[in-house]
Design a protein around this ligand. Structure first.
Ligand code: NAP
Length: 283
């Protein structure tokens, strides 16, 4: 039987700590950490994420601005909005909710956010800093996974870490953080031959592919730590991960559930990054 890693509990404790540190910072400086989230269009999942971010900011005592822009917003209009927020001293973090409508230039938009306000850590400067291991912000989901491992006292040093998925927002930075933590890291993707053969080597297996229940018990080593980043909507509307919990949990030593695993950590790390941005601006 695996230990269930309770993301909700870890997130709640971490948010309390962030709230306390933010209150101390505000008392000392008079500055309230501020996050602006821009959402373009009507994507229902994005709306839920943005609402949750807004709520989490308010609960932590932050300023939270949500800027809703219509589906037919142009690149110039979106870039002008970012310019406005760039100049706003009360806003320390700017986040553009992805995915953007197809006609918008995601790369140009992400690079318009100044690195010091890039609390998603998607700007090329922040991406480069992560590569070097000398960073101010980490992308929220991989940072949340590292926080969970630390909380659970799971030492990465010298262990076989396998990351399945190589996206810029999860898989690649995840691999880099495990490497910085002295893991021996392998990254798999859709062209990996005999995926099961690689995943069975993992002491720590992190899965971020976006395919419901894809990793099954026969692909996991006895005693592995399994972190499921996946968030997939089943036909019945229920949320499920990339890991088949029923067959993997009996083999794992520790596992994150979906929901209630990595998900709650992502917004928590966004709060952490916003507080960091406010402190760096103020010092
Ligand atoms: P993505 O950009 O679609 O990337 C998926 C990755 O999985 C790609 O690298 C792809 O390989 C790989 N892949 C696809 N099919 C595969 C297969 N059969 N075998 C091995 N690798 C395969 O997805 P993402 O943005 O990283 O997100 C991944 C999942 O995490 C999604 O379910 C997403 O909803 C979830 N997510 C959760 C959170 C959270 O807060 N919990 C945050 C972000 C994302 P190629 O590169 O070869 O195509």
């Amino acid at each position: 039987m695996a230990r269930i890693i309770d993301g909700k509990k870890i997130a709640a404790e971490t948010r309390e700590d962030i709230k306390r540190r933010a209150a101390e910072f505000t008392a000392e400086t008079g500055v309230v950490p501020g996050l602006a989230v821009i959402i373009v269009g009507e994507n229902p999942a994005s709306k839920v994420y943005v609402r949750n971010k807004h709520k989490a900011c308010l609960e932590a005592g932050f300023r939270s601005d949500v800027i809703e822009m219509s589906e037919d917003t142009t690149n110039d209009e979106l870039l002008a909005k970012i310019e406005e927020l760039k100049a706003d001293d009360g806003i320390h973090g700017i986040l553009v909710q992805l995915p953007l409508p197809r006609h918008l230039d995601e790369k140009a938009v992400l690079e318009a956010i100044p690195p010091e306000k890039d609390v998603d850590a998607f700007h090329v400067v922040n991406t480069g800093k992560i590569m070097l291991g000398d960073y101010d912000f980490l992308p929220c989901t991989p940072a949340g996974v590292m926080k969970m491992l630390e909380y659970e006292k799971i030492d990465v040093t010298g262990r076989e870490c396998v990351v399945v998925g190589r996206s810029n927002i999860v898989g690649k930075p995840m691999a880099m953080l495990l490497l910085h933590a002295n893991g021996t890291v392998t990254v798999c993707h859709s062209k990996t031959r005999d995926l099961g053969e690689v995943t069975r080597r993992a002491d720590i297996l992190v899965v971020a592919i976006g395919k419901a229940d894809f990793i099954t018990g026969d692909m996991v080593k006895e005693g592995a730590v399994v972190i499921d980043v996946g968030m997939n909507r089943r036909e019945d509307g229920k949320l499920t991960g990339d890991v088949d919990f029923a067959s993997v949990e009996p083999k794992a030593s520790a596992i994150t559930p979906v929901p209630g695993g990595v998900g709650p950590m992502t917004i928590t790390m966004l709060l952490e990054n916003t507080l960091t941005a406010a402190k760096k601006k103020t010092k």
